[in-house]
Design a protein around this ligand. Sequence first.
Ligand code: G6P
Length: 539
Amino acid sequence: MSAPLNTSSVWRDLQQHRQSWEGVTLRQLFQDDPQRARNFSAEACGLYLDYSKHLIKPETLRLLITLARARHLEERRAAMFAGERINRTEGRAAFHVALRAPKGHVMRTAGVDVVPEVHKVLEHMAAFTRSIHDGTWRGATGQPIRKIINIGIGGSYLGPEMAWKALRAYRHPGMELGFVANVDGATFTDVTAHLDPAETLFIVSSKTFTTLETMTNAQQARHWVTSALGEAAVARHFVAVSTNVEAVEAFGMDTGHMFGFWDWVGGRYSMDSAIGLSTMLGVGVEHFTAMLAGFHAMDNHFQTAPLEQNLPVLMGLLALWYNNFWDAQTLAILPYAHDLARFPAYLQQLQMESNGKGVDEDGHPVVVDTGAIIWGEPGTDGQHSFYQLIHQGTRLIPCDFIGFCQPLSPLAEQHELLMANLIAQAEALAFGKTAEELRAEGVAEALVPFRVFPGNRPSSVLLGDRLDPHTLGALVALYEHSVFTQGVIWGIDSFDQWGVELGKVLAQRIVAELQSTARHPHDASTAALLQRYLQRRGS
Ligand SMILES: O=P(O)(O)OC[C@H]1O[C@H](O)[C@H](O)[C@@H](O)[C@@H]1O
């Protein structure tokens, strides 16, 4: 067993190095090194990362990279790309990188080259998509399908919804997508409110095909379709995406219209698998393929670029630097792109489900803090809400600003304003405004303390040219591998999610109590809540 992470010599070196930051300012660092912006920037797959406004010096990076090497990041990365069972608690590979491997590449897990199977499913998805688009596939009454509703939750929802919004400019004409995730009946009613069953297709997306929310909503959808079009309509209005053939059959769905994937694809790493069927239907085969190419390009970069210029590694190390050495609790994701409005929510599952772990891979309690809390809103909305705290509050909140040089909206002038704000916010956070500057501007002395901006607040700026499918794929893969980098250093299993189980089990027990006279022993608070609910729920 290796020594605890926080007693390793490089960890201690980093702690000591952190002490040397007292009194150091980004203003000074930029003054001292005119090349700082160039030295602390890197580019890959159309994404430019400026990380010069971080609280780092060359020595910081050197130590962080030494830490990554000491924790065998390169070997673990090789193990992931070799299809090894790196998800130890579930005894599986985490082989999402194989989902975007081009045809002809060989990627083996458990001795099997999975690329041919992956492409078989992609071809099935493409044929289905084309048949919907060209009207060969029609609904039970002969009407073309125009509305696609993805029923799924967690990893079977967040990626497709995020991508549908992100690729708004690339939507296939005439197609509309909707998403039903929450078990709250209001979601289903809201999404289907103005839909015509005759032109609506449901994709029931669930890796396990056992998830309560998804199965409940799928039954609801079935009822909604059959009460309008009859039982025979199910075959024309439902398809399934799952790894569980038996459960799909048991649900009464035609497995000929099932799109499969594999247990080596984690839910939150599945938007580029058949779980992306709604995305493909929404934006078309070519754009989906371009998105996969973007994922693959970033995989290649992650696999081959030296750690010092490796975007996912750098982003992972920076996140870890604040998490473990600056007591930062959170990371703000701030896309300056309306179309990326759901990107922070997508990253919440990716990062918090992956790295929200309190024991290491050997089952021992971790000795350092792990995954940060991820949150955020698109700019400039956030500026008029929570940025106050980021600029002048007492907490250190590292920020990821994400923006694009070319607008997708025809309102190009507004894009200038948007991007000016992004650049200005990163500048203001880093360099702030001193009391002297305020006085020189004639600010009344009594107001000076309130108007000081301390600066030294770190941020990354990620700039792409356009938010196109390729860039989106690269962006998602960038964060996937950044999460991996952090998980490897902490020594945790980033690919399991046992923490979601207990609530599910308890909910099932409580459902039984609400639907019958069965009673289970509960603590006083839970019992009182149940009792109040039962008394007041109405008949
Ligand atoms: O795709 P499914 O099997 O329906 O799972 C949907 C989601 O629910 C689970 O509880 C997990 O927390 C997620 O990782 C998963 O993405």
